[in-house]
Unconditional design. Sequence first.
Length: 276
Amino acid sequence: MREIKTWLGCTALILVLACKTEKKADTSASEEPQKSDPIILSPEEKQGMELLENCLKAHGGMDIWKSFVGLEYNLNDNGKQVYQLTHLKDRRAYLKSKKYEVGFDGKVAWAVPNANEVSGKSAAFYYNLDFYFIGVPFLLKDPGVNISYAGKTKIDDRTFESLKVTFGSEVGLTPEDVYYLYINPETYLMEILTYSISYFDKENSVVSSAKVYSDYKKVQGLMMPHKMENFEWNDGAMGKSKNHLRIFSDIQFLKEISNEEVFEVPQDAVIERLEV
């Protein structure tokens, strides 16, 4: 087993469970529990939460999402076929293609034979990249996600309701990232997601990419996109296609995961340990 240490700190929504530090409970009987101050939301935050709730309801609702333990699907990534499985409760993951296997065991990301064939050439970057995009908007209910209303926005002569998404400093590996969700005001389905990518460059938080969601189908009570296409995004305007297409098939939610050994680090894997 070979190890690559990744000094990125406890900072990416996609690794929130991996990077959280546990707080020790105060067992002193002489002290009364501290009461937390009430959370005061701004008007933009209140309106944003209301819009998110409408979006979640249109996508099937959090109750159904939370009733499942796992999510699996096959992904055609510009001609490359990849099977992906994610544990919804603790976000362990397993990915398999003809050229590699990638996983996350809850502590380290790993790849067999190595991560040279995956996006970013990093197992830590790639293992839940597609899961996060297909899991939005449900994953926006994770701890540390900040939501605010960003107004009505016109894109290619269509008007959308928009949400701005930022992350707390304790969340994952890239809290610098910013997302915008563009929601159909009639169906409340999310149709466009724009985002920054600061994983490899912490100074780069410019929103320069757009992902268009389409081919929605109901899967076990949840509306799931089966097609995503990437476009350039420049100063609030949709640019040309990046010729990067992801097609999802055989999407299935699981009540249980029959073989959790797939998440474990293989003997011959190259691992990436995230140092907090």
